[in-house]
Design a binder for this molecule. Structure first.
Ligand SMILES: *Cc1c(COP(=O)(O)O)cnc(C)c1O
Length: 391
């Protein structure tokens, strides 16, 4: 008996070269990793500022464990809301220039909670078609009229908004797109939303900590305030090196989420030690702008030298630097060849990206050195030649 057709479905996945497997890390998240017993130089982490293994974050977490123990013990509304959570929320609100911020246990839950709390069957939601899966899932499950607009196409969105008859309209976009590395035209989107009386929600998971003069993200770089972007979401698991996420916005928005966001209400609060580490990370983001500057330097160098090598890059100025390779099989061959040279880069295939648009998704971090970037570039050149010879 193959209940629910599971065996058949798994076999089909395998035949399509789309079967996914996990690799087991035997140490901290950092450029030099140990994977299944072997050492590799990794270019696939979202730890953009190199904070996941920072001694100061570890110390903050350890001290908080001594004081608060490990588990939070309950949801925020029951008895799990600690002083560390509260202080982190206040610091996030101040840093992003919003009235308040609300912590969620993951970014997926923040998006699900916020979107479903705002929308009902009388509203309409408009999403960029390349939005993160958590935003698309949330929109689809919200009960609202759901539409996707063409990627970063403000005119396409405008014509859809113009035709909508619902009185409550929410436009949702990634700040930095996670598979392409390009950024949303936030100023134009904010203007359009203002004109059309829609609310704009920005998921800045890949911009927060990295973009903007102070590291407050793409919304800071675009100088957009709480009126222009009423719903700001960012995560603490990427550049901040921790885990969890938050929504920032008006007093009214946050109170409404506390009352109505089911993924906030019905789940255990993140461990207080994670919040304590998050506070430490937030302070480092503000005090060490040199991390952002070094990352910008590596991005410019990578783009210049990869272009000289003739690789096809995408229009990304962020830490996400995809190299387009075409077929899923070719992407897998390149990634395997790089692994043999001790370089770990993930191949991204359909259905995450469209067919024929498979890519190596290279991510750079402030923890990488110039020498490590040299190693990546040399290995890429060699693997590219090897795989092209086999074509
Ligand atoms: C990673 C990510 C999320 C999910 O955040 P988690 O904290 O990992 O659940 C949401 N949106 C975007 C754009 C992301 O890249």
């Amino acid at each position: 008996m193959d209940a629910f057709n599971l065996q058949a479905r798994l076999k089909e996945r395998q035949q399509q070269h789309l079967y996914r497997q996990r690799r087991t890390l035997e140490g901290a998240q950092q450029p030099e990793v140990v994977l299944d017993g072997q050492r590799y130089l990794a270019f696939c982490s979202n730890d953009y500022l190199g904070l996941a293994n920072d001694p100061r974050l570890k110390q903050s977490a350890i001290e908080a464990v001594r004081r608060y123990g490990v588990g939070s013990g309950a949801s925020h509304l029951v008895s799990g809301h600690s002083a560390e959570h509260h202080a982190l929320e206040e610091e996030l609100a101040a840093f992003t220039g919003r009235q308040r911020a609300l912590l969620f246990s993951t970014g997926y839950m923040a998006n699900l909670g916020a979107i479903s709390a705002l929308l009902d069957d009388q509203s309409a939601v408009f999403e960029d078609r390349l939005n993160h899966a958590s935003l698309l899932d949330a929109g689809l499950n919200s009960g609202a009229r759901f539409q996707r607009y063409l990627h970063n196409d403000v005119d396409n969105l405008a014509s859809r908004l113009g035709k909508a008859t619902q009185s409550h309209k929410l436009v949702v976009t990634d700040g930095v797109f996670s598979m392409d590395g390009d950024v949303a035209p936030l100023n134009e989107l904010a203007q359009l939303c203002h004109d059309q009386q829609a609310w704009l929600m920005v998921d800045d998971a890949h911009g927060f900590g990295v973009l903007g003069e102070r590291g407050a993200g793409l919304v800071e770089a675009c100088e957009l305030d709480q009126q222009q972007v009423p719903v700001l979401m960012a995560t603490l698991g990427k550049a901040l090196g921790c885990a969890g996420a938050f929504i920032a916005g008006s007093e009214t928005l946050i109170e409404a989420l506390i009352q109505f966001a089911r993924s906030y209400i019905y789940t255990t609060a993140m461990p207080p030690a994670v919040a304590a580490a998050g506070r430490q990370a937030l302070s480092i983001v503000q005090q060490e702008p040199e991390r952002r500057l070094h990352l910008q330097h590596l991005i410019r160098r990578f783009r210049h030298e990869a272009e000289v090598m003739g690789l096809t890059l995408m229009s990304s100025q962020t830490a996400i630097q995809p190299v387009l390779v075409g077929s899923a099989a070719r992407a897998m061959a390149l990634s395997a060849s790089l692994l043999q040279q001790g370089i770990w880069v993930t191949a991204i295939r359909p259905p995450t990206v469209p067919a024929g648009m498979s890519r190596l998704r290279i991510t750079l971090t402030a923890a990488h050195t110039d020498q490590q970037l040299d190693r990546l570039l040399h290995a890429l050149e060699r693997s590219w030649r090897e795989v092209s010879d086999h074509d």
